[in-house]
Design a protein around this ligand. Structure first.
Ligand code: 4AD
Ligand code: MG
Length: 465
């Protein structure tokens, strides 16, 4: 008999005389004449109640079906007499496939997130993490749907790269040279010409530069892949390995870029509201009571826009004392970003036109700035509860200004020859952004720590699973 998923059984429109289910025992309650088993197979938050009558020939197996055990049930789907469920299964055959040791760590009572991180191999079987990873899967699908519907092409940019896309030097090295005794040059430095790729290579921090190659050929593209940052940040919003979505659009300026970012974020929220309703309701009950109100509020209103210069004015003229005092030219710290979106605008806000000196080399220089206040056409989308979820910009398409930016950031033109070629041959205005997929998931689920929205978190000091 083909297997029915619990989700489909719960959504059945009619009873059935023959149904076959497989899954794991969440709880078991034994009465005199029968046992109740809550069966969950991960297809939905809710499990299905299975009743095993004590007169059934298979009943002796029930004693082995403790929380965590894997079981198979064949039986009848009938209208439930119990509260809170429409259907239940009356077992006719019941088999324990795999018992769960008495040490099974997931019990009904609920556990701290810290404890569940230590058992990342079992936490997907908990209600919370089942919900998180169903939403993650759905949103990944929605990402592709959004861009494919708009006729953007999906480009697989490389994971191993020789160039530092953000110019921030926070890269993991990729090498096969023997660590203890690497070949040396005459000058006594490590000789990377003898390394696997014949040069220094790293894990990528962003697919953007290669994305630009494809945008200047296919017009509208996006990447969606893992990215790596060796920054030693111990925060709830930073991971050393995370997934990023990076659209790149030819013939587009900063305004078009900001508009696309807003449309994209709203599309993902709407998709989750529609397709992950039960899971989001769970989060709004147990993780963040304000979640659904906040998501709906975000959907209904246009995002605010605010130039960096205006943001600095807001931050310095409100009489607040900051842990990190801020003045024009400084990077916005998390406390400033959170204040702007959570307290000042009380809504997502896109801050744009940042000082050139604090942003990446490839961002387009604005014209008409006051002396000493040179800005670039950059934008960051800040959302309540998290801060930055998107960073993007219009790209510098003018050769001389791009070279100037590279010199400013101490990058060698030789290393970026192919990137410069894009300005040499048919250069066009273009723009793009990167959405941190995990940060988006935090926003949509209300889960406060990035370690809890990625299957296996990579943060400083942790790579167990
Ligand atoms: O602002 P970032 O560094 O921008 C870029 O990498 C550009 N190349 C994007 C582009 O224009 N194509 O990173 C983009 C986003 C951030 O806004 C944040 O959401 C996420 O990536 N992000 C991280 N997420 C988790 N852990 C980290 N360490 C992250 N660093 C960035
Ligand atoms: Mg950024």
């Amino acid at each position: 008999m083909p297997r029915t998923l619990v989700r489909d059984a719960l959504n059945a429109t009619a009873p059935s005389d023959a149904i076959f289910l497989q899954g794991w025992v969440r709880t078991r309650r034994d009465a005199k004449a029968f046992s109740f088993i809550e069966l969950n197979d991960g297809s939905s938050l809710k499990g299905l109640q299975v009743i095993v009558d004590a007169t059934l020939p298979d009943y002796p197996q029930v004693g082995r079906a403790s929380t965590g055990a894997s079981v198979e049930v064949q039986g009848r789907l009938v209208a439930s007499k119990g509260q809170g469920q429409q259907w239940e299964v009356v077992a006719e055959k019941f088999t324990v496939l795999g018992e769960a040791d008495a040490t099974y760590p997931l019990q009904k009572k609920g556990h701290s997130l810290e404890f569940l991180r230590e058992i990342a191999h079992l936490r997907p079987r908990s209600n919370l993490f089942g919900a998180v990873f169903r939403v993650r899967s759905r949103l990944a699908y929605a990402v592709h749907q959004f861009f494919q519907e708009k006729q953007f092409f999906y480009v697989h940019t490389p994971i191993i790269t020789a160039s530092d896309a953000e110019g921030a030097g926070e890269m993991f090295r990729v090498t096969t040279l023997p660590l203890g005794n690497p070949p040396k040059t005459e000058q006594g430095e490590v000789d990377h010409t003898q390394d696997f790729f014949g040069r220094k290579t790293f894990l990528t921090v962003s697919g953007q530069l290669e994305g630009e190659i494809f945008a200047t050929a296919l017009s509208n593209i996006y990447t969606f892949g893992p990215t790596f940052r060796a920054e030693n940040s111990h925060t709830s919003r930073h991971a050393a390995e995370f997934w990023m979505i990076e659209p790149e659009i030819a013939f587009c300026d900063l305004a078009g870029d900001m508009a696309l970012a807003e449309e994209f974020v709203k599309y993902l929220i709407r998709d989750a509201r529609e397709h992950c309703a039960a899971d989001l309701e769970f989060f709004s009950k147990f993780v963040d009571k304000e979640l659904l109100t906040r998501l709906d509020f975000v959907l209904e209103r246009p995002f605010q826009r605010c130039s960096y210069t205006d943001a600095i004015a807001i931050l310095t003229q409100n009489g607040k004392t900051w842990e990190h005092p801020v003045a024009w030219g400084d990077n916005l710290q998390s406390e400033h970003e959170r204040y702007l979106t959570e307290e000042h605008f009380k809504c997502p806000v896109t801050v744009y036109n940042y000082p050139r000196a604090i942003k990446a080399f490839y961002m387009r220089v604005n014209e008409g700035d006051a002396p000493g206040r040179q800005t670039v056409a950059a934008m960051d989308l800040l959302v309540p509860g998290i801060g930055e979820i998107i960073g993007g910009s219009q790209r510098e398409e003018r050769m001389e200004l791009l070279k100037e930016g590279m010199a400013l950031h101490h990058l060698s033109e030789k290393d970026y020859w192919w990137y410069l070629d894009l300005r040499r041959y048919g250069t066009v205005p273009h723009a793009g952004f990167g959405l941190g997929f995990e940060r988006m998931l935090m926003f949509v689920t209300g889960v406060a720590n990035i370690r809890d929205v990625i299957p296996f978190a990579r943060t400083p000091g942790t790579a167990e699973f």
